[in-house]
Design a binder for this molecule. Sequence first.
Ligand code: IPD
Ligand code: CA
Ligand code: CA
Length: 262
Amino acid sequence: MHPYVNTAIKAAREAGSIIVRYVDRLDTLSIERKSRNDFVSEVDRAAEAAIIETLSKAYPDHDILAEESGLHKAGGDYQWIVDPLDGTTNYLHGYPNFAVSIACFYRGKPEHAVIFDPMRDELFFATRGQGAQMNNHRIRVSGMKSLNDSLLVTGFPFRDDQNVEEWIDAFRLLQPKTSGIRRPGSAAIDLAHVACGRFEAFFELGLKPWDIAAGVLLVQEAGGIVSDWAGEQDFMQSGNIIAGGPAIQEQVATLLKTVKLS
Ligand code: IPD
Ligand code: CA
Ligand code: CA
């Protein structure tokens, strides 16, 4: 295992134990509203601080982009992209589907990825060119070819200014052609579950870099394909993403290309 992955796993597990420590005391947490339906709690902040401390101690010349505290610039070629708690709304309701997501980029390209789901105790990681693993077993995306038999996963728009109409168009196109569509509430876990073949494909609009940075590399290293809704590679900029096993990703991308995005 690459030493950077080792460090990221250590950071993710530290964050995971902070997150789990408060699971039975959610009513005592102080919570702030970032915008409508967008919350941050002291647990998000404490988990992020623990991750940043571990990463910056190990690699003082690496940049870190973290959801709650923004860009910590050191000026190097490496940048870590951190979502300390993906699925905050689930967490605050005690719904056990949330994760820590940490990616390491070198000159703008993803090199390493770690996603840790502390409730299922599932640890996913990948290094470019070396495949993806879950709890030390090699994982692969689904090889399914039939869209009809596929289970898809998505995220609903939830902020006021988001593409609700576009998402509804996508749902109209996909729903009658698949086995089902789920909305579990953590983009990082959605992508990790595509990487290990539980879902055939994931689609969502308007995500942030920290939601998808690690998950994208996991899916690619597990043999999957990732594109934006135009079938291009601009998903890190737009946050519009389709990720899946090769055959189903292609079929979903062909359908979603027809959705007019504003
Ligand atoms: C959210 C989750 C959710 C997705 C949202 C994200 P957060 O992240 O990934 O599944 O639909 O767009 O913002 O805010 O819980 O870290
Ligand atoms: Ca997130
Ligand atoms: Ca978050």
